[in-house]
Structures are given as structure tokens and as C-alpha cells.
Design a protein around this ligand. Structure first.
Ligand code: ADP
Ligand code: ASP
Ligand code: MG
Length: 405
């Protein structure tokens, strides 16, 4: 008998019929002899709807209240899944993140899990009851309700699998696994049978939202076997695994895209020690996640610094940069909010020269201009105009022959 954590995303619990289908799947796993802990997201686009509602009500949105609002979505799903299970004769009990023992820090809207004490879940399992846990949420060290960032139900599921020493964590979603690129952008995208944690972290960090980045970090750090598959079909899915050193890795396995980002440029920055430190400290204090950073070579002691941020963090970055510019003697701040980032990812890049040139040639052949470039040992990312991003993904997917064979 295995202990399995099964997580169902928004589209998998989007309506009454989907919720009954989820219950049916859980009931089958129980009948097959497995112990199951279920983690659910909010129904369909509920979280987006709640964010819009908050925007309509007020421009002042304390993090504490946003989190209280957003966590209500997952509560609806967990109670309904329990009812659907009851109808199938499977005893189930719902638990909020707090009841499931998920303790977080106090950073509202992007809290980090500090500790999990899943005592109530273990008691339920011991009684033969299926615990159904609300994803994406926890309770802070100061006893307030928190959320784990968008897509955070994946993190709840993996973290619970680690805390419960589960045999595996299954992520059920609306595609049949991790693909060579978003199958909504390239129809011929290929499902990967397996992907290494290293590659999956790069995919998740560069826009492949099929798994939340923190869930992959958690799975790697705690050695949780992770499987992504469809809740709509019974097709095979994708294993996210430790790299197998005996296997030759594909040079490029995936293409990703962050469709909308912002670029902040600070012009005329004195080229002196400590200036970049001050700037990025100010951004870190605002909890801004800076992505690519580029500093030009200086002319006459002055340089320009550009960095990219997610679209939702443009305004807070602009405010921090404008506050700091006079203090560090910079001349002005320029914002560009129409950029996107496309990336190619592959473990085999480490040993294959020429991949960068091939990427740039493919983009150039389609007249796509590259504005910034950043790399890791297994990733190359280019900032391009937002309206060329989809085309760039298609061009790169084709250039590296990633289509279904
Ligand atoms: P859920 O609600 O189940 O958590 P998400 O919408 O968060 O689902 O993630 C699934 C979506 O991720 C898919 O519908 C797909 O459009 C998108 N996606 C982006 N990149 C990839 C990729 N490389 N492989 C699979 N899906 C991807
Ligand atoms: N409902 C949350 C969101 O939409 C969490 C999740 O779905 O994972 O971001
Ligand atoms: Mg998701």
C-alpha cells in the first residue's frame, strides 16, 4: 500500500462534473489499496475573479486581507470534493492549510513554508479517512492566514508529500504532463516522459507554469518523486526525477516564455563600488524578484543599469528606482512594459557548444530582435518585444526540432 498525495488544479475542479470526476479518481486509488491525501486548488478561475473583485472594491489592499480573501477559493473546492467523495462511499474530511499544520513566514501573498506538522492529517489517515487539503495557504508565525504565491497549491502538495514521507506526489492538471513547450502556443509540442529536477526548475522559473517553481525546489530538496499528468484523460504523464548520469541528455528539451515583463533602466549611474548594492538592496527590501540584470560598460565614469521584473512588480520597482536615483547620483529612470522573455532549456547544453549561436540565428532569421541576454549552464534567455514572444517560441521550438516525432 502506497501513500500518495494527489493535487488537482483549478481546471480539474472547475465545475460540479469535474469535481465528481476528481472524486471518482480518488475513489479508484483507494480501491486499488493506496492511501490518498488530496490537495485542491480553487475552482476554475476563481482566484483571478477574487483579485478582480478586490481591484473593483479598493486600491488599498492590505496583504493580510488579500490572503484572507484568496484562501476562500480553495475552501469551496475542498468541501465540495469531500461531499462528492461521500456520495461514492469514501469517507473524507477537509482541512484548511492552517488545520493541516502548514506554518509559514509573515510575507503575505508570497509566504514561505517554515514547518509542517501534519498531525491531523495523519490521524485522519489512521482512521481510514481521506484528508482533503486546501492548497496555496498556511498560517503565519503571527497566526494570520497566508498564501504561498500564485500556483502555490503545487507547493502545498509537494511539501505535504515530504512531511508525510509519501511514496509520490501526483499533480493532476489540464495537460497530460510537462511538454517541450506550452502546448497552447505550439500544437505539435511533445510530452516529455521524464525531466530532471534541474531542467524542471529552469522551466518553472522561466514561465512554464505547469509546476510552481517552489514545488520543484521542494521536491528536489526532499527527494519527493513527482509525477505530472492529466485529470481529464488516462494518458501517461511526466516524471520529474534526479538526473540519470548514464543517460545522454538532450541538448535542448524545452522552450519557455514569460509573455509579459517590465524592464527598468537607470541612466547615468556613477560607476563606483556600492552603487549596485544600494539599488538592489532597495528592491530586495520591497520584496521585488529581479530577473535579468545588465550593466553597460561605462563611459566617462557613468553607466546604465537595466533589470527585468514581472509585470505585477513594475510599479513598485519604478518607485524604488526613482527614490534611489537622486541618492546614487543617477540621471533618470526609464520603464519599458512591453517586453517578454523566451528561453531554451536543456541539460545537454553544458557539453554542446554552438547552441547560443543556433538560438540567435533562428531568431534573426525571423527578424526578432534580442534586447537582453542571460544564461545559466542549462538555459539561455532572451528578452524580446512582447508582441513577438509567441512567434519566438514557435521559431525556437522548430529550430531545435522539438516537435512530436
Ligand atoms: P493547474 O490549474 O492544474 O495548476 P496551470 O494552469 O497552473 O494548471 O498549469 C497548466 C498549464 O501550464 C497548461 O494548461 C499549459 O498551458 C501551461 N504550460 C506552460 N508551459 C508548459 C509546458 N512546458 N508543459 C505543459 N504545460 C505548460
Ligand atoms: N488558486 C491559486 C492560484 O490560482 C493557487 C493554485 O491554483 O495553485 O494561483
Ligand atoms: Mg498551477
Amino acid at each position: 500500500m502506497a501513500l500518495v498525495v494527489q493535487k488537482f488544479g483549478g481546471s480539474s475542479v472547475a465545475d460540479a462534473e469535474r469535481i465528481r470526476a476528481v472524486a471518482d479518481r480518488v475513489a479508484r486509488s483507494r480501491r486499488a489499496g493506496d492511501e490518498v491525501v488530496v490537495v485542491v486548488s480553487a475552482m476554475g478561475k476563481t482566484t483571478d475573479g477574487l483579485i478582480r473583485l478586490a481591484d473593483d472594491v479598493s486600491s488599498v489592499q492590505p496583504g493580510r486581507e488579500i490572503d484572507m480573501l484568496l484562501t476562500s477559493g480553495e475552501r469551496i473546492s475542498m468541501a465540495l470534493v469531500c461531499m462528492a467523495l461521500a456520495e461514492l462511499g469514501v469517507e473524507a474530511e477537509s482541512f484548511t492549510g492552517s488545520q493541516a499544520g502548514i506554518l509559514t513566514d509573515t510575507d503575505h501573498t508570497k509566504a514561505k513554508i517554515l514547518e509542517i506538522t501534519p498531525r491531523r492529517l495523519q490521524e485522519a489517515l489512521a482512521r481510514g479517512v481521506v484528508p482533503v487539503v486546501a492548497g496555496f495557504q498556511g498560517v503565519s508565525t503571527t497566526n494570520d492566514i497566508t498564501t504561498l504565491g500564485r500556483g502555490g497549491s503545487d507547493t502545498t502538495a509537494v511539501a505535504l508529500a515530504a512531511a508525510l514521507c509519501a511514496d509520490r506526489c501526483e499533480i493532476y492538471t489540464d495537460v497530460s504532463g510537462v511538454f517541450s513547450t506550452d502546448p497552447r502556443i505550439v500544437r505539435e509540442a511533445r510530452r516529455l516522459d521524464s525531466v530532471s529536477f534541474e531542467e524542471m526548475m529552469e522551466i518553472a522559473a522561466t514561465g512554464g507554469k505547469v509546476l510552481a517553481l517552489r514545488s520543484v525546489e521542494f521536491a528536489r530538496n526532499h527527494h519527493v518523486p513527482l509525477y505530472v499528468c492529466s485529470s481529464f484523460t488516462w494518458e501517461p504523464g511526466t516524471w520529474v526525477t534526479e538526473e540519470d548520469p548514464s543517460m545522454e541528455q538532450p541538448v535542448v528539451s524545452a522552450v519557455t516564455c514569460v509573455a509579459s515583463q517590465g524592464k527598468v533602466t537607470i541612466l547615468g549611474v556613477p560607476d563606483q563600488p556600492g552603487v549596485a548594492a544600494k539599488l538592489f538592496r532597495a528592491l530586495a527590501d520591497e520584496l521585488v524578484n529581479v530577473d535579468t540584470i545588465v550593466q553597460n560598460t561605462s563611459t566617462e565614469g557613468l553607466t546604465d543599469i537595466s533589470f527585468t521584473v514581472s509585470h505585477s512588480e513594475i510599479e513598485i520597482s519604478r518607485a524604488a528606482a526613482e527614490r534611489l536615483a537622486p541618492q546614487i547620483g543617477a540621471s533618470s529612470v526609464v520603464i519599458d512594459d512591453e517586453i517578454a522573455q523566451v528561453s531554451i532549456i536543456g541539460g545537454g547544453m553544458k557539453t554542446h557548444p554552438g547552441v547560443t549561436a543556433q538560438m540567435f540565428e533562428a531568431l534573426a532569421a525571423d527578424e526578432i530582435n534580442i534586447e537582453l541576454i542571460s544564461t545559466s549552464p542549462i538555459r539561455i534567455s532572451c528578452v524580446v518585444r512582447a508582441d513577438q514572444a509567441e512567434r519566438a517560441v514557435q521559431v525556437l521550438h522548430h529550430a531545435f526540432s522539438l516537435e512530436r516525432g
